[in-house]
Design a protein around this ligand. Structure first.
Ligand code: CU
Length: 74
């Protein structure tokens, strides 16, 4: 079983890039106002520390079952 640890921010070294993907660094959505449906797209906005925003249309896909999430308070 894969374990995940919640972090508050993703650091991107200057001049480098970071890839978000299942099994690696990723964004988790909590307290959704409605269920996500596979096949639809949602709008996701990421905000950088210097105030820039990046909005992407993200396809909803199925994910691996059995992932366990750990926060720092567990
Ligand atoms: Cu996660």
């Amino acid at each position: 079983m894969m374990e995940m640890r919640q972090i508050g921010q993703i650091l991107v070294p200057k001049g480098e890039q970071v890839t978000l993907k299942p099994g690696g660094l990723h964004v988790m959505l909590f307290d959704l106002v409605k269920p996500l449906e596979v096949g639809e797209h949602i709008s996701l906005t990421l905000t950088t520390a210097d105030g820039h925003t990046l909005t992407k249309q993200i396809p909803v896909k199925t994910v691996m079952a059995g992932m366990k999430h750990h926060s720092d308070t567990d």
